[in-house]
Design a protein around this ligand. Sequence first.
Ligand SMILES: Cc1cc2nc3c(=O)[nH]c(=O)nc-3n(C[C@H](O)[C@H](O)[C@H](O)COP(=O)(O)OP(=O)(O)OC[C@H]3O[C@@H](n4cnc5c(N)ncnc54)[C@H](O)[C@@H]3O)c2cc1C
Length: 398
Amino acid sequence: MRNDTPPRIAVVGGGLAGLTLALALHRAGLECRVYEQAPRLGEVGAGLQLSPSATRLLHRLGLEPALRSAAVLPEAMEFRRWADGSVISRGLLGKHGEERYGAPYYTMHRADLHRALVEALPTGMVRLDARCTAAEEGPDGVVLRFADGSHAEAHAVVGADGIHSVLRQALVDDRPRFSGQSVYRGLVDGRRIPEVVAEPRVQLWLGPGRHVVCYPVSGGRLVNFVATVPTSGSGSESWSRRGRVADVAAAYEGWCTEVTSIIGAADQVSLWALHDRDPIARWSTGRITLLGDSAHPMLPFMGQGANQAIEDAVALAVCLREAGAGELPAALQRYESLRRPRTTLVQERSRGNSAALHLPDGEAQRERDAAMGTPTPERQDWLHGYDVEAALTGHQPT
Ligand SMILES: Cc1cc2nc3c(=O)[nH]c(=O)nc-3n(C[C@H](O)[C@H](O)[C@H](O)COP(=O)(O)OP(=O)(O)OC[C@H]3O[C@@H](n4cnc5c(N)ncnc54)[C@H](O)[C@@H]3O)c2cc1C
């Protein structure tokens, strides 16, 4: 391979991270191919909260019309008490948040975002049924090996292959860590719980050992909920499976009527064992790097995994756009140096929220509620006001 040609990039994994990277590379005029193990593209039937730090990037990639039509602009984020539903804190989003952070805070169905990304990509950019089994790095490029015996060559490879990443194994010998918790996820017809959907909001009910998150998706027609439960055992034998509505209802018996009515309105739920991994000291070799959950799998207790992946994707595309094929190792290092500190912080805080959100009633819980009770918009500036492209050019205010 010649060193003065524009780089050709192979992306392993066609989830939200891999497809956002593919779109950002395509818009940057770089050659890219995505290798996805599944026979067809798609996302799980669940919701997603998108921070302004990610939506500003998706809008710049041309997805604003698709997002505005499919997503919901919640007016506020409310934390509530588990027993009586009383409000602990209410932070404004909606137009107020959009003005403050320079882009909207959306809630949306994951499949709507995934579809918008697929539709924005040129046909043929994603190869399906391509399960990567190994990556062999040489001085000028990387050879990817696939389960069907085929191979592909690229100047650089990006592992966007999720928490079970094959590419990560080349960098570090670690395993996913079970959090001791699982979540039930469900989608409910909004007409069945009118009192909950009266105002579009993100609502969280906090109680001893567990919490529930709920918000509208699909233009408000559906309501997504996520309900945590402490779980014994490693959880690794089944990470995702059908759950029983009766079990989640039993786990939340005695909670306020909003929570019990949301759960009661569900026809079906899925059950996910929650895992993350420790932050790692490096994501890249010379020509291989990681992105999204393969780089920094985190617990969902800040709703940030996909947001951070989208920030990663745009940062990496900018670094690669500015590099020739011979400068790829330096470009990957630049990407990693920018992204690792921020994603490590979010990973650690997400893990920390695991205890903070689940305090038993008592002194510590009252102190937490008092501290949360006066939300100031500035508190979230570091998270939502962040612009990764400005950070790369040194224009992001600290
Ligand atoms: C309950 C819950 C709620 C969440 N809520 C939010 C939220 O509100 N906001 C938010 O930002 N994040 C949220 N997250 C996190 C978010 O879902 C993830 O961070 C995000 O989906 C990760 O995307 P990814 O593309 O990196 O990985 P994945 O979605 O895991 O995609 C990886 C892709 O790679 C493919 N693949 C894997 N191995 C191979 C291989 N060997 N060869 C080829 N292809 C391969 C897979 O088939 C898959 O398509 C939540 C997570 C959970 C569990």
